[in-house]
Design a protein around this ligand. Structure first.
Ligand SMILES: [Zn+2]
Length: 107
């Protein structure tokens, strides 16, 4: 199961992909993602069993394309989003929380 960068068409294992997520925006319910290969920045929403790609518009995030990721789950916290896939969990923090760094901790 590999997740593509839509800019350079590199494909990433889920671990590589989700570690590149940063800046959880709770209001718009999206996370920013920067491609480790080409540096392209994308916005996406973590959905049950899918990633939603799209564009912020009028203060909301419009999902245009979905990429299926079977088993993907998310939990919204106050200042971070927890992305769960199988037994792995990735924490994406909000940008305002400068002291918190992304911790690829596993449970
Ligand atoms: Zn790329």
């Amino acid at each position: 199961m590999l997740i593509p960068c839509f800019a350079c068409e590199s494909r990433f294992r889920p671990d590589e992909f989700f570690l590149a997520c940063h800046d959880y925006n709770r209001g718009m319910d999206l996370v920013a993602w920067t491609c480790p290969r080409c540096g392209n920045r994308d916005d996406l929403r973590v959905l049950p069993d899918a990633l939603g790609f799209g564009y912020p518009r009028r203060g909301r995030f419009d999902v245009q394309d979905r990429f299926q990721v079977p088993g993907l789950r998310r939990q919204r916290q106050d200042l971070r989003l927890d992305i769960c896939l199988d037994k792995d969990v990735w924490h994406v923090h909000t940008r305002l929380n400068r002291l918190a760094h992304r911790s690829p901790s596993r449970t």
